[in-house]
Ligand binder design. Structure first.
Ligand SMILES: [Zn+2]
Length: 74
């Protein structure tokens, strides 16, 4: 069993990957440090941002999260 840890660049705590919270803006994935709430853009092994794959979106009335941009209240 290998538990993979990722050191948070903000608070430098080694965080087990299953302790991170995950979020997406509809295009990229983010990990949120449970210690300091720092949001990390997830990258692949080559350092590129991990893209949300548009799979199975139009198959059946998708309940996928809509592209929710925080709209600025006027
Ligand atoms: Zn942190």
């Amino acid at each position: 069993m290998t538990t993979t840890h990722h050191t948070c660049p903000h608070c430098h705590s080694p965080i087990a990957l299953d302790r991170f919270e995950y979020a997406t803006d509809g295009e990229h994935f983010f990990r949120i440090c449970p210690e300091c709430d720092h949001t990390l853009l997830m990258v692949d092994g080559e350092g590129w941002p991990v893209r949300v794959e548009p799979v199975g979106i139009d198959a059946r009335g998708s309940a996928a999260a809509p592209l929710a941009r925080n709209s600025v209240e006027a």
